[in-house]
Design a protein around this ligand. Structure first.
Ligand code: GDP
Ligand code: IMO
Ligand code: MG
Length: 432
């Protein structure tokens, strides 16, 4: 890729288990963009942007907000916790970032995270037996999407209409209190929730819009980035179910979470960490709990941006990542955190999975019972010792780093177009 000017409309998608560096790449591509749209997930996301050494972590707000000329849109597929969103907006304001209804628009069809969603998330995790806990972020994501699917959910246009909101809240409280009673938990206070949420409604009202026409118009004449949250292996359909999130983090989420048609996307940028991390429970074939895994965790500061939990780390998995590339139709890969691998004598790449019958497969499976039967097969390549954070051209990378990337490109089956060698906006370069 010679320039990022021609990539729009583009989607940024995580290809692993999240935290690939989506926020950083979105911020970078904003150089030539006009609009950034979130389309799924909620404040389970934590997207980090580092500008001149200053770190900002965004949860609901799209990663274009730090640039004054970008319009940010929270699409209909997103789930929003109004209390936390308002805190996020306050935090941005305190850091000198102006957020107004001109640069932040929220779909009035997005679903609202209610106090009982957060409570249910917590209670269900606590009640789950060992081995069945998902390790959620505790933000109420599963329960809010459950209510969406069961048609009980509250959308912002319900919240904005006092009568509608009271009615839907009442039905929900009755239903939820039945469950709470069975759990021996005290019931919900309907009036208290109503009063609290009316305050949020009044504060958020100016940001509300039906965003479907707005986005369809925008993709015709503006440079739009669709910003994914989570990663494809956490996708509710294609991820390692049930150890997944509750939305479509893969490409399909763009369309149902924004209302733009599939033929409008020009580029599908897959964000690929140079190794793999995962927060929370669930299978992770190339996980390394010692040695290189500890190096990645320490050097890569692999602690969750949302919950602060240590991230599990492991070798690059070409099978899992290749599966994501296939599902999403990735046109360009952005490799992140290559710098973190500096100092490892040798690197391993998972190039296949060996089954109990000794056969090696190149296919990933979202069936975790089957996945658990596989042993990763590794190819070992030499590492490099040099600090590469100052490199700005592929040819200046150590030869072994070049070989590593060429190998990943070949194994993943997608072209590497962007390389990131540090958290800062400037620590990035394009590759032909
Ligand atoms: P996201 O959820 O995909 O946006 O990723 P997170 O922000 O949760 O996690 C990525 C972390 O890696 C953040 O702390 C980033 O600042 C950092 N980061 C992003 N790209 C690079 C890189 O190329 N090198 C290093 N060392 N850190 C990076
Ligand atoms: P970003 O956008 C990493 C994980 C949780 C848990 C599972 C389900 O920053 O990449 P949930 O709260 O969604 O019901 O939790 O999904 N998870 C993430 N892991 N990055 C994220 O977001 C994540 N969002 C959810 O750790 O395993
Ligand atoms: Mg993150």
């Amino acid at each position: 890729m010679k320039t990022t000017k021609d990539i729009f409309p583009a989607v940024i998608i995580g290809t692993q288990w999240g935290d690939e560096g989506k926020g950083k790449i979105v911020d970078l591509l904003c150089e030539n963009a006009n609009m950034v749209v979130r389309y799924q997930g909620g404040n389970n996301a934590g997207h980090t942007i580092v500008i001149n050494g200053k770190k900002t972590v965004l949860h609901h707000v799209p990663s274009g907000i730090l640039r004054s000329d970008i319009v940010c849109v929270i699409g209909n597929g997103v789930v929003v916790d109004p209390e936390i969103l308002l805190q996020e907006l306050e935090g941005l304001k305190n850091n000198g970032v102006s957020v107004t209804p001109q640069n932040l628009i929220i779909s009035n069809s997005a679903h609202v995270i209610m106090p009982y969603h957060k409570l249910f998330d917590k209670l269900k995790e606590e009640a789950a037996s060992a081995g069945k806990k998902i390790g959620t972020t505790g933000r109420g994501i599963g329960p809010v999407y459950t209510d969406k699917a069961s048609r009980k959910g509250i959308r912002f246009y319900h919240l904005m209409d006092e009568k509608l909101f009271r009615d839907r809240l009442h039905d929900n409280v009755i239903e939820k209190n039945d469950y709470l009673k069975a759990m021996g938990h005290e019931p919900l206070d309907e009036q208290a929730i109503f009063d609290e949420y009316m305050k949020y409604a009044n504060k958020l009202r100016p940001y509300m819009k039906d965003t479907t026409y707005l986005l369809n118009e925008a993709v015709k004449n503006k440079n739009v980035i669709f910003e994914g949250a989570q990663g494809t292996l956490l996708d509710i359909d294609f991820g390692t179910f049930p150890f997944v999130t509750s939305s479509n983090a893969s490409i399909g989420g763009v369309f149902c979470g924004s209302g733009i048609p599939a033929n409008k996307l020009n580029s599908i940028v897959g964000i690929v960490k140079a190794y793999v991390t995962r927060v929370g429970a669930g299978p992770f074939p190339s996980e390394q709990t010692e040695g290189a895994g500890l190096h990645m965790q320490k050097v890569g500061h692999e602690y969750g941006s949302t919950t602060g939990r240590p991230r599990r780390c492991g070798w690059f998995d070409a099978i899992a990542t290749g599966y994501s590339i296939m599902i999403n139709g990735v046109t360009d890969v952005a490799i992140t955190k290559l710098d973190v691998l500096s100092g490892l004598d040798e690197l391993k790449i998972c190039t296949g999975y060996k089954g109990p019958d000794g056969q090696i497969t190149k296919e990933f499976t979202c069936n975790i019972t089957e996945l658990a039967k596989f042993e990763p097969v590794y190819e070992t390549v030499p590492g490099w010792g040099e600090d590469i954070t100052g490199v700005r051209d592929f040819s200046d990378l150590p030869k072994n780093a070049q070989t590593y990337l060429n190998k990943l490109e070949e194994l993943m089956g997608a072209k590497i177009s962007i390389i990131s060698v540090g958290p800062g906006r400037e620590e990035t370069f394009l590759k032909d």
